[in-house]
Design a protein around this ligand. Structure first.
Ligand code: BES
Ligand code: MN
Ligand code: ZN
Length: 498
């Protein structure tokens, strides 16, 4: 899709469809007033007749305008002007793109940047338009021989007033980069496990690095990890025929000496559970157990595309978790790179086993902060559903920064406690710690496990088990979260520095 900023007056635009916002209670947006004036009070008449009320997410298509260069107008309800929140703004955007997708048109022009959303500037609105529209347009057809008909829409203009052109262009660049990152994450997660293997992810990382002059990649093989003593990570991959990879992307957008922000993403390209085998129903979805890793690759790609002045390292431990004669067995004890021994009481708690060694490896980069993201626990879905990602960490300032960025990005987080009382649950009779903490507080005990390997730096953990994927039905597939949040966090950090 081609997104661009347009500053032409509405009566000068050549477009198949203009998208205009409409409030409830007959309040017109600036562009609605203009269209009304250009078309003999058309909108006022439609409101009077009761054909449109402006209720949030309502749409009305006017598909014939006798004396206009514009072929169609899509009216989009916003709800009450004074109650328009970021969430309602996004809801209206979803309804707009849903209506557009049903039309046989090639171009559209959105005038929805003239809507006031308290606390947000036009650059944010441009970004939201691109992110929401692009999300709705995404279609996975890589593994279908009969490709579904793709929509004809090719160009989306984002109309803004001349005074805010520069700000809007900045939003455009960010919006496109983030949308590309979301697309990449969705694509990699939707790919089946027999195609998207650890080696495949490493290849993709290599091509991301090649497309930016500020990025390098290093892929550690199992023999390298053995030398580093990553006994925990390697114990998971031993049960798989696919060799594990430790992918490291390094983006140098900031000053040479600046400490990097380090992201660590769980890259389980398929999680069968290992010897503690998962039940069959829904097991196919465990191909998305690499969403943390994909989001890391995609966020670095987005950062490079936005040319952010910050140093970032992305670490993706990638493996499969399979049942096999050589796989981990319940009761096995392994030694992590940090030297801590781990009793594996359940081989399905494998994410933490690969992450702990990657988190130890992260120290080498002398990080400013370390943020790991992982589809780590089913318990997170039970606790928080699919709305926010779970957030836990050892540093309040870092957690608060992340929460603030998550609100701006509309990619929400909810913090859970990481109190020492919970560490009790990880006690083992046979090793320094166990890899599971029993039924209670599963998301917290998983984070407690990780916290034992992150004591030397400021650290936050995002559990994205619920938010990275839409389950079941025709909507089934990856969401691309938390790429918007991480990208926003990076934007906010670079703004805070300059
Ligand atoms: N990848 C799963 C977690 C998961 C479950 C993600 C559902 C998305 C949806 C993880 O490796 C896992 O299996 N966790 C276990 C941990 C348990 C054995 C302590 C779980 O959540 O059941
Ligand atoms: Mn598992
Ligand atoms: Zn897993």
């Amino acid at each position: 899709m081609d997104y661009f900023i347009e500053t032409l007056a509405l009566d000068k635009q050549q477009t198949d469809c203009l998208i205009i916002g409409l409030y409830e209670n007959q309040q017109l947006s600036p562009s609605a007033i203009e269209i009304d004036g250009l078309n003999q009070g058309l909108i006022a008449q439609l409101i009077k007749r009761g054909d449109v009320t402006g209720k949030n997410a309502e749409t009305l298509l006017i598909n014939y305008l006798p004396d206009s260069s514009v072929d169609r107008i899509l009216l989009v309800g916003l709800g009450k002007k004074e109650k328009l929140t970021a969430k309602l703004y996004r809801k209206a955007l979803v309804s707009a793109i849903t209506a557009l997708k049903a039309l046989k048109i090639k171009s559209a022009s959105s005038c929805l940047t003239d809507i006031e959303v308290k606390g947000y500037d036009s650059s944010w609105k441009v970004r939201q338009i691109i992110e929401v529209f692009n999300d709705a347009i995404y279609l996975f057809s890589e593994t279908k021989s009969i490709k579904e008909p793709i929509i004809e829409l090719e160009k989306i203009a984002i109309t803004v007033a001349e005074e805010i052109k520069a700000q809007s262009e900045a939003g455009l660049k960010q919006g496109i980069a983030i949308a590309n990152g979301i697309d990449l994450t969705k694509f990699l997660a939707d790919l089946p496990g027999n195609i998207c293997t650890p080696a495949y992810l490493a290849e993709r990382a290599t091509s991301i690095a090649a497309s930016s002059k500020n990025m390098t990649v290093e892929v550690l093989e199992e023999s390298d990890m053995e030398k580093l003593g990553m006994g925990s990570f390697l114990s998971v991959s031993r049960g798989s025929r696919q060799p594990a990879k430790l992918i490291v992307l390094n983006y140098q957008g900031g000053n040479k000496g600046d400490k990097p922000i380090v992201f660590v993403g769980k890259g389980l390209t398929f999680d069968a559970g290992g010897i503690s085998l998962k039940p069959g129903a829904g097991m196919d979805e465990m191909k998305y157990d690499m969403c943390g890793g994909a989001s890391v690759l995609a966020t670095l790609q987005a950062a490079a595309e936005m040319e952010l002045a910050v140093n970032i390292v992305g670490i993706v431990p990638s493996s499969e978790n399979m049942p096999d004669g050589d796989a981990n067995k319940p009761g096995d004890v392994v030694t992590s790179m940090a030297g801590l021994t781990i009793e594996i009481l359940n081989t399905d708690a494998e994410g933490r086993l690969i992450l702990c060694d990657a988190l130890t490896y992260a120290k080498k980069f002398d990080p400013e902060v370390v943020i790991d993201l992982a589809t780590l626990t089913g318990a997170c879905l039970v606790a928080l559903g699919r709305v926010p990602s779970g957030l836990l960490g050892n540093d309040d300032a870092l957690c608060n920064d992340l929460i603030q960025s998550s609100e701006t990005a509309c990619d929400s987080l909810w913090r859970l406690p990481l109190w020492e009382e919970y560490q009790e649950q990880l006690k083992s009779n046979f090793a320094d710690l166990a890899n599971i903490g029993g039924r209670d507080a599963g998301t917290i005990t998983a984070a407690c496990f990780l916290s034992r390997f992150t004591e030397d730096y400021r650290w936050a953990h995002l559990d994205i088990a619920g938010t990275a994927w839409r389950s079941g039905g025709s909507n089934k597939g990856a969401t691309g979260r938390p790429v918007p949040l991480l990208s926003q966090y990076l934007i906010d950090r670079t703004n805070a520095r300059s």
